[in-house]
Design a protein around this ligand. Structure first.
Ligand code: NAD
Ligand code: IPM
Ligand code: MN
Length: 348
């Protein structure tokens, strides 16, 4: 079976980190004998410039017919002056692919605690899997956009909460058996439904998993106070967006954090959690680790190639432990140089 991958480089540093990830995935494919094809499509701001639409029908159809979609990043100041926005294309892509479960692993590398802005003792051992609901909540509710008033509607159904909670409990069973569900149940109706649905599923099917509930404001604090206490963190769309950027820095840089977005089948959308980083775009300075590790997740979840995925993760860790890296983690490599080192480490 050929792994057909729709490749969407996007905007800003997107093409730089996506190319780095493609290079590493292709090398892993050679070593592990995996058949993979990458076909590139316009997406985001680049697609607005060429077609007036951030998600052209050709791109969407290709994504729907692929086994996996790999995305760099979208957005930038040139598309913030009115007219269609690149981010709209990303939300539409996630919705159309039905990828409601966004997995964002964050791990402080043993021996590399010094990369963290936190004290070594605080950062040590942090290994968190954030599971962010990705196709509901404020992002997708009705919007009213006016000059004098505006609103965004936050809505969740019990079914939407239950299906993402199931993913979190299953993930916890394969890890350290703990789920922290984050909400704002002291204020928001959607959070009260969220909490009730998580508790009901826990009582019915997952009594063996330890479950706690933390309000999102306290969670923002606890994450940096004692990150190693958390295993799986389950939360809704907007809270997950914010907490994952915060958590990424515990490991050293947002450029290190990968993600996988999954739905019912094996098809997935894979992208680093960072954005198009306009301040460093075009300079070959971006950290490609988040993109490369997203490639490893693609091999694991959509192509059933666990060995190749593990090999990429080990090659990244080995390369960083040797002291190499981009500037954001204190190294001197360019994006492409670092990718070359990881590709070379794979063969060893
Ligand atoms: P950002 O993540 O692009 O950048 C935030 C900061 O982190 C910047 O200082 C940037 O230089 C740095 N950074 C980001 N990625 C890095 C990397 N790989 N290596 C080193 N440093 C890195 O967030 P922003 O500046 O708020 O957003 C810029 C644009 O990206 C906006 O248009 C936003 O909508 C978009 N965005 C897109 C995605 C996505 O495509 N998935 C995600 C987040 C933001
Ligand atoms: C992310 C991004 C997106 C989000 C934006 C660009 C729509 O911040 O993937 O984290 O908010 O989901
Ligand atoms: Mn984000």
């Amino acid at each position: 079976m050929t792994g057909k991958i729709a490749f969407l480089p996007g905007d800003g540093v997107g093409p730089e980190v996506a190319e780095a990830a493609r290079r590493v995935m292709m090398r892993a494919g050679e070593i592990f004998g995996l058949a993979m094809t990458f076909e590139e499509f316009d997406f985001g701001g680049a697609a607005i410039d060429r077609h007036g639409d951030p998600l052209p029908a050709k791109t969407l159809n290709a994504c729907l017919n692929a086994q996996a979609v790999f995305l760099g990043a979208v957005g930038g100041p040139q598309w913030e002056k009115g007219g269609p926005r690149p981010e709209t294309g990303l939300l539409a892509l996630r919705k159309n692919l039905g990828v409601f479960a966004n997995l964002r692993p964050i791990r402080v590398m043993p021996g590399k605690e010094s990369l963290s802005p936190l004290k070594d003792d605080v950062a040590r051992g942090a290994d968190i899997l954030i599971i962010r609901e990705l196709t509901g909540g404020l992002y997708f509710g009705d919007k009213v956009e006016g000059d004098e008033s505006a609103s965004d509607n936050c809505a969740y159904t019990r079914e939407e909460v239950t299906r993402i909670a199931k993913i979190a409990f299953e993930a916890a069973r394969a890890r350290r058996g703990r789920v922290t569900s984050v909400d704002k149940a002291n204020v928001m109706a959607t959070s009260r439904l969220w909490r009730a649905a998580v508790i009901a599923l826990h009582e019915a099917e997952y009594g063996d998993v330890e479950l706690e509930h933390v309000l999102v404001d306290a969670m923002a604090m606890k994450l940096i106070q004692h990150p190693a206490q958390f295993d799986v963190v389950l939360t809704e769309n907007l809270f997950g967006d914010i907490l994952s950027d915060e958590a990424s820095v515990i490991a050293g840089s947002i450029g290190l954090a990968p993600s996988a977005s999954l739905g019912e089948g094996v098809r997935g959308l894979y992208e680093p959690i960072h954005g198009s980083a306009p301040d460093i775009a075009g300079l070959d300075k971006a950290n490609p680790v988040g993109a490369i590790l997203s490639g490893a997740m693609l091999l694991r979840f959509s192509l059933n190639a666990e060995g190749a995925a593990r090999a990429i993760e080990c090659a990244v860790e080995e390369t960083i432990k040797l002291g190499f890296g981009t500037r954001d983690i204190g190294g001197a490599d360019s994006c492409s140089e670092f990718a070359g080192r990881v590709a070379a480490a794979l063969a060893r």
